[in-house]
Design a protein around this ligand. Structure first.
Ligand SMILES: C[S@@+](CC[C@H](N)C(=O)[O-])C[C@H]1O[C@@H](n2cnc3c(N)ncnc32)[C@H](O)[C@@H]1O
Length: 219
């Protein structure tokens, strides 16, 4: 999954992962993290998700990273927001009020850009990446996200032999392998979503679960 793959998807409007509404699991489970509104939230591989705006509406500062500048432009334009655009090499930053989206590669982020982050929301980020990239994603995550930050992570779980990703299947063992050294991992909920996913059924899936995980740093 090269940057070109994603840029091409954006260029051709093939953004089937994008939801026209706020993620329901975010709305249900975010309050349970018990964060104060001042908490700065990191949203990796953010696309143009409306979740950024929902988090900002709760008073959070929000920082996202997205490799497609087109996607970021659509985020602001579709929500009638006029961003300030600044050069912050190796990123270009689009910002309005307390929302900042860094245009560039997640793997170029350093701890400096995520200084002060206290929570992370990952929906369709880890599972966007193929198996061979996920260890590097997780290692980089732990290198750049402050060790005290909590996370809400949403994954899909299915028989990878039935369908090729993205989105890829990520089960409990893998979440534990990537993040268990730093976090206590609790599965908050699981949903059977195959009936809501006719597109995946057409691609061959017979069963599909969506899991919501809370990652709490070990004390
Ligand atoms: C499956 S989409 C999910 C977007 C968003 N999380 C959502 O819920 O709508 C994955 C996004 O990651 C972006 N992306 C992929 N690789 C990236 C990278 N290395 N750095 C930054 N963004 C990346 C893609 O352009 C795409 O918008």
């Amino acid at each position: 999954m090269t940057p070109e793959f994603w840029l091409d998807r954006w260029q051709h409007g093939e953004t089937g992962w994008h939801l026209p509404e706020i993620n329901v699991h975010l709305q249900e489970f975010w309050p349970g993290l018990g964060l104060v509104p001042e908490t700065l939230v990191f949203v990796p591989l953010c696309g143009k998700t409306l979740d950024l705006l929902w988090l900002a509406s709760r008073g959070h500062g929000v920082v996202g990273v997205e490799i497609s500048e087109l996607g970021v432009q659509e985020l602001f334009a579709e929500n009638a927001l006029e961003p300030r655009v600044t050069e912050t090499p190796p990123f270009r930053t689009y910002a309005v009020d307390e929302l900042r989206v860094l245009v560039g590669d997640y793997f170029d982020l350093t701890p400096a850009q995520l200084e002060g982050v206290g929570a992370v929301f990952d929906r369709a980020s880890l599972i966007a990446l193929p198996p061979q990239m996920r260890p590097a994603y997780a290692e980089h995550f732990k290198a750049i996200v402050p060790a005290t930050a909590k996370s809400l992570l949403i994954t899909l779980d299915y028989d990878q032999a039935e369908m090729s990703g993205p989105p890829f299947s990520v089960g409990r063992d893998e979440v534990q392998t990537h993040f268990g050294d730093r976090y206590s991992i609790e599965r908050l909920a699981s949903f059977d979503v195959i009936d809501e996913s006719p597109g995946f059924r057409r691609r061959g899936l017979t069963a599909l679960a969506e899991h919501v995980w809370r990652l709490e740093p070990h004390r």
